[in-house]
Write a protein that binds this ligand. Structure first.
Ligand code: NAD
Length: 462
């Protein structure tokens, strides 16, 4: 993607990004690309050393050249020295992890640690922007913690992140919306200025990306902090609900002899519903949906409201993650000992190397427990899968999709990477011991596969 011409709009700001993980690095690099000067901070010294040496430890399309060009331009730097970074900045983002605690609630200790360090370091007016996904009320807690520990002027803003892994640069540069929870005018002005290159920029073609109208910018949704904090959870919970709903409909299709592809096409054509997130699959994974659904239920329950719908969404998802294993188990009539199952795809979705909560990991664990061996292939995520699974007998990491098929009793397709879309079926059959596919993403045309001699299973299209 060509860089925006930021010179026309907005004033360049000095920014400190606290937390240089997935969100911090992406956001920091994108903010640098629209002209701001960004210092990315992390407590992980190895990560910072690697980034300084040009090594990026996450896979995201376009991220490497983005980081490189902004480093070279001197707009993007990396440090472990939070105090120095905050002292140079007017705007300080918090983008640290908020993992799921044992009881399902969001653990905000990393956020509060960062807040204490920030408040000790500020020397002048500072806008502290929280980007981590946090329970409602956290921004108020941050505000009170900072005012308890400094007399310097500051504002606290909620600015939840909506980027999708695999499409993150586009999501930042051409967002559906930017949510800003803000309680004072001074901070609101900073936020408008910060994002002005995106909300009002012209693309090089001269076509306005988004234009200002009605005096305020329709892309920048300003609201109170509690609403801003909640809308991130509500959006993820809605998407998780759609996924679980469609997985339920797919099972109904199997029961009644309908085809879920036809059903979802008709549903998606309804403008009130829309076509996105209507594909059945192996359940949602990734670092966010599961933990955010659990956290939303947890902090709502703490206030006396129990989200029964989300309890059902979770249960459906847990069951769906076991679905492919059940199909495989039933096909082999309960005897998996000594079988070899090839697995295409380990990442929780295409175009990322992230395997957090990935259905592949749950499937591999079950297959190994049942006595099978697996030969796995993923274009990007094998290294991360190996770290999660640890050294294991029975797991072979293959260099190519076809080498994973060698001698396999069946193929399980788990992640819909583009390179799996048009396979050479004859070559597959030559490599496999028996020509059986369990398609967990409904990627292939069922009839065509069967006509070519494959035993083919999918979801909701029997
Ligand atoms: P991450 O685990 O990839 O990165 C967090 C980073 O923060 C780590 O590098 C960690 O070392 C660093 N860190 C922790 N405490 C620190 C401190 N006190 N000072 C400096 N650095 C510190 O997490 P992530 O995926 O980037 O997620 C960050 C937040 O954004 C979470 O709340 C998450 O829910 C939310 N979010 C994530 C995504 C996504 O797709 N990953 C999307 C939207 C929102």
């Amino acid at each position: 993607m060509a860089p925006l011409d930021y010179s026309k709009e907005g004033n360049s700001m000095n920014i400190a990004m606290i937390g240089t993980g997935y969100v911090g690095l992406m956001t920091g690099a994108c903010l640098a690309d629209i002209g701001h000067r960004v210092i990315c901070v992390d407590i992980n010294a190895n990560k910072i050393r690697s980034l300084r040496n040009g090594l990026i430890n996450i896979y995201e399309p376009g991220l490497e050249p983005l980081v490189k060009r902004n480093k070279q331009a001197g707009r993007l730097t990396f440090t472990t020295d939070l105090t120095a970074a905050v002292q140079q900045a007017t705007v300080v983002f918090i983008a640290v992890e908020t993992p799921r605690d044992e009881d399902g609630s969001a653990d905000i200790c990393h956020v509060m640690d960062a807040v204490m360090n920030i408040s000790a370091a500020i020397t002048d007016y500072t806008v502290i922007i929280n980007k981590s996904t946090v329970p409602v009320g956290t921004v108020a807690r941050i505000r009170s913690a900072v005012s308890d520990s400094t007399t310097k002027p500051f504002s606290v803003v909620s600015n939840p992140e909506f980027l999708k892994q695999g499409d993150a640069i586009k999501d930042f540069m051409q967002p559906d919306r930017i949510v800003v929870g803000v309680d004072d005018d001074r901070a609101a002005d900073y936020m408008r200025e910060l994002y002005a290159p995106i909300t009002t920029a012209q693309w090089p073609s001269g076509r306005p990306l988004r234009q200002k109208s009605w005096g305020t910018n329709p892309l920048l949704l300003e609201m109170d902090c509690a609403s801003a904090e909640l809308c991130k959870y509500a959006a993820n919970a809605m998407l998780a609900t759609r996924i679980s709903f469609m997985n339920e409909i797919a099972h109904v299709c199997d029961c009644v002899g309908a085809d879920v592809d036809q059903v979802r096409r008709a549903m998606g054509a309804d403008r009130r519903i829309g076509p996105e997130f209507l594909r059945p699959g192996l359940g949602y994974g990734g670092s966010c949906f599961s933990k955010d659904v659990a956290a939303l239920m947890s902090f709502s329950a703490a206030k006396g409201y129990h989200l029964r719908i989300l309890r059902a969404v979770e249960r459906v998802n847990d069951r769906q993650k076991k679905f492919l294993f059940r199909q495989i188990f039933n096909h082999f009539e309960g005897t998996l000992h000594g079988r070899t199952i090839a697995i295409w795809g380990l990442a929780f979705k295409p175009n990322t190397d992230d395997v957090r909560e990935a259905p592949s990991i749950a499937l591999i664990e079950r297959l190994l427990t049942a006595g099978a061996c697996v030969r796995v292939y993923d274009p990007q995520a094998a290294g991360n899968a190996e770290s999660v699974l640890g050294p294991r007998d029975g797991v072979t990491y293959s260099a190519t999709a076809f080498s994973a098929l060698s001698g396999a009793d069946a193929l399980a397709l788990v992640t819909e990477w583009d390179e799996f879309r048009t396979p050479d079926v004859t070559r597959m059959q030559d490599a496999m011991k028996t020509p059986v596919i369990f398609d967990g993403r409904n990627l292939y045309d069922a009839q065509r596969m069967r006509n070519q001699g494959m035993v083919y299973y999918s979801i909701g299209r029997q």
